[in-house]
Design a protein. Sequence first.
Length: 284
Amino acid sequence: MSRIAYVNGRYLPHAEAGVHIEDRGYQFADGVYEVCGVRDGKLMDETLHLERLQRSLRELRIGMPVPLPALRHILRETIRQNRISNGMVYFQVTRGVAPRDHPFPKDARPSLVVTAKRLNEGRIAAAVASGVEVITLPDRRWARRDIKSIALLPNILAKQAAREAGAYEAWLVDADGFVTEGSSTNAWIVDREGRLVTRPAGPDILNGITRRVLLEAARREGIEVVERPFTPEEAKSAREAFISASSAIIIPVIRIDGQPVGNAVPGSTTLRLREAYSRVGELS
Ligand code: PDD
């Protein structure tokens, strides 16, 4: 079956879908995005993703491309037309098309693109079963990582460096020597006392939707949670480590910069949280 993409009011064959060469997303990375999981045909944590999208847009003074109910409909329709039951939907809003000039254009209309794809369930299951390796690298991003901007150059360079080192993800380290997050995931450890540790939300990290749901899941499970920064050294001597994102929820980390975490197998708290996630559902 051929894939379908939504572009500014039209559902088009994926291979033919495109935006104008002067779309500000294309020329300036002047836009934001969301990736929302689809399980059994339903959007996961939809409201939280839509709220974060609206927040990112407000921070950059980009308007909503369509009213919220219309956007919800377009997401569902894109999933339906692509017949996705387990996968993810990607949606991106840019400031629109205008002659290339740095200041905001006066009357550009925001562009909306929506695509959907199946999950590579085998790859995720294998990563969850075996755990993955991460490397640490300096965090070279801008100061507003809480905005889910499509400007991802430092993220993709870090991810590529990880892959070339045979690792799954790069954990980014700030100027003070603390882990901020992964190049496309939030970073977590379980310390020696069994407490769940992750960096507090703020401008230094993207406040992941999975992160928020997992914090709630942990509290419901009676797992003690501490939101504070941690160093790569602490992570290497932690009991467990893992990464979180909407695409795969949780993937255990078993090695950091080549050093084993615990016994170098997925940790029990990590796997317990993965189970607990599905019981939380959407936070209200
Ligand atoms: N990445 N941190 C960064 C830098 C991210 O790009 C992401 C998501 C996360 C996790 O956020 P969430 O739990 O809301 O997915 C944290 C998406 C999946 C991506 O870029 O494909």
